[in-house]
Design a protein around this ligand. Structure first.
Ligand SMILES: [Zn+2]
Length: 241
């Protein structure tokens, strides 16, 4: 903030306030660093929109008989870069721009509407990070996404219903099915004082790959009478048949 102090000596306070206001309102796009009116510039926003999946509901890949997967986009190109910039380049605000797109799609989806109408005390739960990872990253991208989505859809958001109690390795670093399963076993817990609240939930995460993390979270929640009715992610890779 040295620049702020030095120009403060030569400028009147109101002029300084305007400069600060402009700097805040016209923050550069976190993806291309060009000036942007919103979180992202129009060009990057368009590139992300181009990654939208033709179908929101992933009928080819249900999580279980009665739990459907909803994926907004295909994990590639601009959406892949945006998620990486959010997580590894400290730009949680990117989740706000993406949550707006998911909320619009959710509100237009007949299947999502039916799920909302059927549900009892519908609540969104983001897949949690372990405290160690939360400390090093500073935020949980799935929680930022879920909170922004809930602000727009008026669905309640309760990240406190699920904790990550085991500091698991990234699934990419595990070898073989057995190690992957062991890595995630008992990774999650529902805090005991919240176990009595029977409700229907939608789980939120950024990327869906093997689904192992999601399945482990569902098993933990089900054991506490918290019924997962759907899983929403930003994107999943497109698997070629
Ligand atoms: Zn941009």
């Amino acid at each position: 903030m040295q620049w702020f102090k030095s120009i403060g000596n030569s400028l009147k306070i109101d002029r300084l306030a305007n400069i600060a206001k402009d700097a805040l309102w016209q923050a550069n796009c976190p993806l291309c660093k060009r000036p942007a009116d919103g979180v992202l510039c129009k060009d990057c926003d368009r590139q992300i929109t181009a990654c939208q999946s033709p179908k929101f509901l992933q009928l080819d890949h249900p999580i279980s008989l009665d739990i459907q997967l909803y994926s907004w986009g295909i994990y590639d190109g601009a959406i892949k870069r945006a998620i990486a910039a959010c997580k590894y380049d400290n730009h949680p605000e990117i989740m706000e721009a993406i949550a707006k797109k998911i909320a619009d799609t959710w509100q237009r989806s007949p299947e999502a509407k039916a799920l909302t109408q059927r549900a009892k005390h519908l609540t969104v739960i983001p897949i949690p990070l372990h405290t160690n990872k939360l400390k090093s990253r500073g935020f949980n991208q799935a929680e930022v996404l879920a909170r922004c989505f809930c602000d727009r859809t008026a669905i309640s958001c309760m990240p406190q219903l699920l904790k990550r109690i085991k500091d698991t390795k990234a699934q990419m670093q595990t070898k073989g099915k057995h190690e992957r399963e062991q890595n995630l076993a008992q990774a999650f817990a529902v805090p005991s004082h919240l176990k009595a609240s029977e409700r229907d939930v939608i789980l939120f995460d950024d990327i869906y790959t093997t689904g192992a993390t999601i399945r482990e979270a569902i098993a933990t929640l089900s054991a506490s009478k918290i019924n997962v009715r759907g899983v929403v992610v930003i994107a999943r890779p497109q698997f070629k048949a």
